[in-house]
Design a protein around this ligand. Sequence first.
Ligand SMILES: [Mn+2]
Length: 311
Amino acid sequence: MEIKKEEKLLFLIHQHADPDAVGSAYFLQRRWSGKVASPPGPNRTAQNLLTFLDFQIEDEAEFDRFDRIVILDTPDPSQLDSFSLPEDIEKTIIDHHENSSWDENIFFRDRISCCEIVYEMVNPEKLTTKEGIALIAGILTDTSSLQRGTSRTFSILSEIMDKSGVTLDDVRSILFDRRTYSEKVARLKGAQRSSHLEVNGFIIVKTEIGAFEGSVSSYLLNGGADIALSGSENDDEFRISGRATEDVLQDDIDIGRTFKSIQEEDPEVSGGGHPGAGVLTGEGKLEKYLDLCVEKIIDEIKEKGLGKPKD
Ligand SMILES: [Mn+2]
């Protein structure tokens, strides 16, 4: 990948930006300089990180002021929908998602987080505290608090901790605040309204709530679901957050891939994510799309002949 020193760079990160997107953009912006933009609305942990870093992300961009766009942690162009990316500007995509929809200049590395990739690219001798916080925040959240990761992930993490003096507790206390009353109620209501079914030993749970879909899905996994789908509906728009346990990922369940396949069949919706966590959004009836997600997952379990013992 070739980026010239004198180039004016614009870093773009996906909508609902997470700490991995924010952390990698912050780090490269410090090292290579340039501006960072994202469609509005980072997620809550990313917002906490931005506040700590005192870092500004623009929600608009004047593309003609830049020589190159560097797109981070964003596997699908639809995640940048509110921008109209000009065709004629140089683009470089740095990403760790396996199923990418870009067809140009992808710098892909098989890593758990984008922060690992940008750290390796720069290979810095020293890190500031804020750089350490930013990079570790991305690794911590994309590994689901270190529940997954390769030996490489953990050796990079340990290098970052050594070079910056930042501890995991430092990062946790910045990212995770206590749950608000409304999130707690959403979790309880989500569980109360949920229904589940069992297919070849897999427990699939779905529920409808007003907000906090991701948090509700995580809560349902803790409660016993193998795969959880939580959806909300506002006006004509729906949003579904799907989660799967580490255990079923071993069986080649991939929520991000399933959601992406729904998008491919239905241009009204946008879907994607990781094997263990994905988001499907669009216009239409929530109930219909929740059922479609369940149906797709059941088809996959049956087609692949997957099965889990019930005890
Ligand atoms: Mn990521």
